[in-house]
Design a protein around this ligand. Structure first.
Ligand code: SAH
Length: 269
């Protein structure tokens, strides 16, 4: 029997920035954490607000991946609950598996608590919807190639050809590439686009609405160069459209599991 009892490492999604947008489960884990390793400036508020007195809190921004996993492994030998706190959802551009594999190899149990991703927070901030009946029923979460190349078949022009909602992470400094890809896919110059910086951050959020033609210029005018979500979607602006196709879910002729149809669609009204 090994004489060390290991704690568990929790990869917790902190949400997009507003400390109130962490899940109850995530907050409860922070409240009982012996050590917290947080990722970047966007989540330090949640860490410091909910951590108990005496909790070891460390920013990972100057650490390599190996240094982070070593830190987590070492803390798990001393504390029952160790939290790796990440922005949004840990499974999106979060190097989750790169960190869990060394933990597994060291025999340390780990688990993931999902978080509100910044794509959802950006759309919520702007009062926009990701899907709309008869307009688009699909959302693509993606990025353009930076230092990380895109796998074959995933370049933005190919994805944009579907004309679905595109939520584009990690790409605000590459907005020209986003524009080029949408043009290549045939999106018109007046296609609506949305950029939200620091979505959900009280007092710091910036919302820029524009079109494929002018979104870059508008973002430059607002000095937005980091921490921003780019959205291109045929749903944008729907709150102000004169006509809207009614969702089938609320159509009185449409019965589903929870509600019987109130009208027979075959009967004349
Ligand atoms: N796991 C995170 C994404 C991490 S990658 C999530 O699920 O949201 C970092 C990118 O996320 C940034 O480049 C930006 O595109 C986006 N992002 C993170 N927080 C944001 C916020 N509050 N507002 C807008 N975009 C944000």
């Amino acid at each position: 029997m090994p004489d060390t009892t290991f704690g568990q490492v929790w990869f917790v999604g902190a949400g997009p920035g507003d400390p109130d947008l962490i899940t109850v489960k995530g907050r409860t884990l922070l409240e009982r954490a012996g050590a917290i390793l947080f990722a970047g400036s966007l989540v330090d508020q949640a860490a410091t607000r909910y951590a108990p007195a005496g909790c070891e809190i460390r920013d990972s921004k100057d650490m390599t991946l190996d240094a982070m996993t070593d830190w987590l492994i070492e803390r798990a030998a001393r504390h029952e609950t160790v939290v790796r706190l990440q922005t949004g959802d840990p499974g999106l551009y979060g190097a989750l598996i790169e960190m869990t594999r060394p933990l597994t190899a060291a025999g340390i149990p780990w688990a993931v608590v999902p978080g509100v991703s910044s794509a959802m927070a950006a759309m919520a901030a702007a009062g926009e919807t990701l899907t709309l009946p008869e307009v688009t029923q699909t959302v693509i979460l993606t990025r353009v190639a930076g230092r990380t190349p895109m796998p074959p078949g995933e370049d933005l022009a190919a994805l944009a050809a579907h004309r679905t909602t595109l939520c584009i992470y990690l790409s605000i400094t590459l907005l020209h590439k986003v524009q080029a890809a949408l043009r290549e896919a045939g999106w018109p110059e007046d296609a609506p686009m949305l950029v939200v910086q620091k979505a959900s951050w009280p007092g710091e959020e910036k919302i820029v609405r524009g079109t494929l033609a002018d979104i870059k210029r508008l973002c430059q005018a607002e000095k937005i160069a980091s921490q921003a979500m780019i959205v291109a979607s045929p749903t944008l602006g729907a709150a102000d459209w004169p006509e809207l196709a009614r969702s089938k879910l609320y159509d009185p002729t449409f019965a589903h599991r929870f509600r019987k149809a109130t009208l027979d669609p075959t009967e004349p009204i």
